[in-house]
Every structure is written in C-alpha cells, then in structure tokens.
Design a protein around this ligand. Structure first.
Ligand code: ZN
Length: 425
C-alpha cells in the first residue's frame, strides 16, 4: 500500500481508514488493513470525501477574474472578453489553466469538464498540475477564431495517438444552439460517434435563446439539439435554466446530464424573464430521473471555482425557488457535486469513495472554526464549509496539496498576473 489515511471521519459520521495503492482505493472501513504503508496520514480531525467534480468551466478564464463585472452580457463580451481573448497566446492559456488548477486543488475539486481555446496548452497544464479533466474546444460556426473544425480534427488525432496524459480525456463541444448551425451540430454528432467521444454544450441559459430557437426552428433548444443528433452520445448540458418538463423527460431518455451553474446564472441574471422568473427546475429533473451535476462555469462569470460555495448556492436556490426547505437536502447535494458530475462525464470510476475507485479524495480540516462542532458531516460540507476548509487534496493517488500548500504556486501566480496584465492592457 502506498498511502494509508488512518482514523478519518466519513460523510455518514462513521470512522475508519482509507488505503490507496497506485491510483486506486484498495481499502475502506473500520478495520485497519494488513500490511505496511509507505506513507501514513493521521486522519483524526479530518473528514474524508470524494474529490468534487466541476462539470462545466472555462478554466483559463481565471485570467479575466473580475475583469468587467456588473455589466450586461453582450457589452461585457464585446468590450472586455472578446478583445482580450484575441490576444491570448498558448503560454497565456497554459498559465491561466495552471491558475485554475491551483484554485481547484486548493478548494477540493479533482475532476473538471473544460471548454476553451488552445486545448493542447490546457492539456499540458492539467498534466503538470496533476488533476483529472475532460477537455474540449468550444466550436462556433462561421470561422470565429479560425478554423475550429480543423482544430477539432487535429485534437482527436492527438488524443488517439496517445499524446494526452491518462488523467485527461477529450470531448467535443459545439458551443450552443444559437452559435452553431444545424449542419455543424450534425457534423459534431457524427464526429463524436465515429470517435466514441462525449459531448458538451450550453443549452437554455437565457429566455432569449429559447424564444429565438422556437422562432427560427420551431422547437425548444433541447428538442432542437436532439433532432440534430447531439443526444445520441453522452452529453453534458450546461445551464438548462429554462428547460421545461417535456425537455427534461426527453433528456432522461438519453445519456444526458444537466449541469446546474447556480452562481453564474444568478450573477448574469439568466433566470430573469420579462414577467417571469426561470430557474433550473431541480424537483422536476429529479422526478423524471435525469442525471444532474453541478459546476461553477468560468471565473469570468462566477467569480471563483469553489465547488463548496456552488453546493450551498444550488441547495439554497432550489429551496427558495420551490418554497420547500426539504428540496435538495445536503447528502443529495454532495452526491450531485461528486457522483453526478463524474457519471455525467463518463468518469464512472471516480466521484465516489469505494474500493476499486480511482483515488481522488479530499480531507477537510474539522478543527476549522466554521466546522465546529459537527452533528452531520453532509450538512457541514454543503452549508458550513468553504473551499479553504480543504486540508488535503489527493488526485489519482498523488497528494497535490497538504495544509494549503501547492507546489509551484508562486511561479503560477506571477506568470498568470503577467499574462492577465498583457491581454487586458
Ligand atoms: Zn459556460
């Protein structure tokens, strides 16, 4: 055994030990495992839980953290984000992604679903950081940002040639029904089928895009992408603020996952209609049995990558919108933020603490004043903790952080500040 975490608390309130060999969990429970361990971690005053799963983000946008908040979406894109993104180099994306990885390691996320440009730089950064991810380039019809289709085909060739680390997989991401033509949606669906890849897409983030989709194609957005083949492959659907019951029922019949981004949706006021307020309809999604995951979206619209904060917002938003304080209880919220995301992304060997699962484990510091005393660990994880309560982050069997220290952070910080200054200057 490479690593043994002794006398640790679990989410159900029980205590036991976690044994790790290579990148797998090989022991879990109250008995002390036989044999020696190369490294022993004292787990007393720690809570062990699966690493959190951020199922939709644009990681290198950490460079734009806080750059143009409190603005209308189109003005923010046209005046701030797009001009800055045009200046991004491969090195900028590398350091922006390293900064995102450092923040995720600090706050207990071990798997994320990325959609951004210059993917090979992102892959190199994730490889160096030690995290697990599915990466994809955001495809937009009409040649915005060069030949994106050509880049997607090149990426697939790189991936199939074995040029990605084992911890990193590839997906295809048609950006959204309003930025990708029906022909290009079909092109993506076919390519995903041919190469056995999952898909990621933004759907029903705002009421305007729903109304425009109905006006142009005569269908609500989820039915529109279904018609063009997107849902044949495992697909993560980011946002889903305006999905109705019929759409959720249809999605439940496909290998689809709705990825809820409560903080981003609140910040950009995505649920605000003319005389109606939309919200991701969690009770109906649960009732019809569609898989649900949780995410931060990019830091430009959040403004951090803290999945603990996201869990609290998700649960509170569900309670507030449904008028039911029992809606999305704590244990269910933790499940959505771990297993829900991992299953939705096809990483079914992580997102859970089980013998045989990948060793993606985080330890919370239960001596933190925020977590004292403890009656229900699930409740603390959702309502009391924040990402800085994470003491230890382990991904793929490797300790990436202990006591809040991340290797190489000083250089990551300096290089990210330099890159941010240049592209926004
Ligand atoms: Zn997004």
């Amino acid at each position: 055994m490479d690593l043994l975490i002794r006398d640790v608390m679990f989410l159900d309130g029980s205590f036991g030990h976690v044994g790790i060999a290579g990148n797998r969990i090989v022991h879990l429970g109250p008995e002390v495992p036989a044999g020696d361990a190369d490294r022993i971690i004292d787990g007393s005053d720690r809570l062990a839980m699966p690493g959190l799963v951020n199922a939709h983000t644009h990681s290198a946008m950490t460079l734009f953290r806080g750059y143009g908040d409190d603005m209308p979406l189109m003005q923010w894109l046209e005046e701030r984000i797009w001009p800055a993104e045009r200046k991004l180099t491969d090195e900028d994306v590398y350091w922006g992604t390293r900064l995102a990885c450092a923040e995720m390691i600090r706050t207990g996320t071990t798997l994320f679903n990325d959609m951004y440009w210059k993917v090979p730089s992102g892959v190199r950064a994730i490889g160096d950081a030690g995290l697990r991810a599915t990466v994809s380039a955001g495809l937009i019809s009409g040649g915005f940002l060069g030949d994106l289709k050509g880049e997607a085909v090149e990426l697939i060739a790189m991936y199939e040639a074995g040029d990605f680390p084992d911890r990193v997989r590839l997906a295809l991401s048609p950006h959204a029904p309003y930025t990708v033509t029906p022909e290009d949606l079909e092109w993506c669906a076919q390519l995903a089928t041919d190469h056995d890849l999952p898909l990621q897409i933004h759907v029903s983030e705002t009421l305007r895009e729903v109304e425009e989709c109905i006006a142009e194609y005569g269908l609500r957005p989820a039915f529109h992408i279904e018609r063009h083949g997107i849902l044949e492959r495992p697909t993560t659907i980011a946002h889903g603020v305006w999905l109705d019951r019929d759409e959720l029922e249809m999605l439940a019949r496909h290998p689809a996952t709705v990825v809820h981004n409560p903080v981003s949706n609140l910040k950009l006021s995505c649920g605000q209609g003319r005389d109606v307020r939309g919200w991701f309809d969690y009770p109906t999604a649960k009732e019809v049995g569609v898989n649900v995951a949780l995410a931060t979206d990019g830091t430009a619209s959040n403004t951090n990558l803290d999945m603990f904060e996201e869990m609290k917002f998700a649960s509170l938003m569900a309670k507030h919108a449904s008028g039911d304080p029992m809606c999305m209880p704590a244990a269910e919220t933790v499940d959505i933020a771990t297993r829900g995301g991992a299953d939705g992304m096809g990483w079914t060997e992580t997102g859970r603490l089980e013998v045989g699962a990948l060793a993606d484990v985080i330890l919370l510091d239960m001596t933190d004043v925020t977590l004292t005393p403890v009656h229900d660990p699930n409740s603390h994880a959702v309502y009391a903790a924040n990402g800085h309560c994470v003491h230890t982050t382990i991904c793929d069997g490797k300790i990436l952080m202990e006591g809040g220290t991340i290797d190489g952070y000083d250089e990551i910080r300096a290089r990210a500040i330099e890159a941010a200054k240049r592209v926004t200057g």
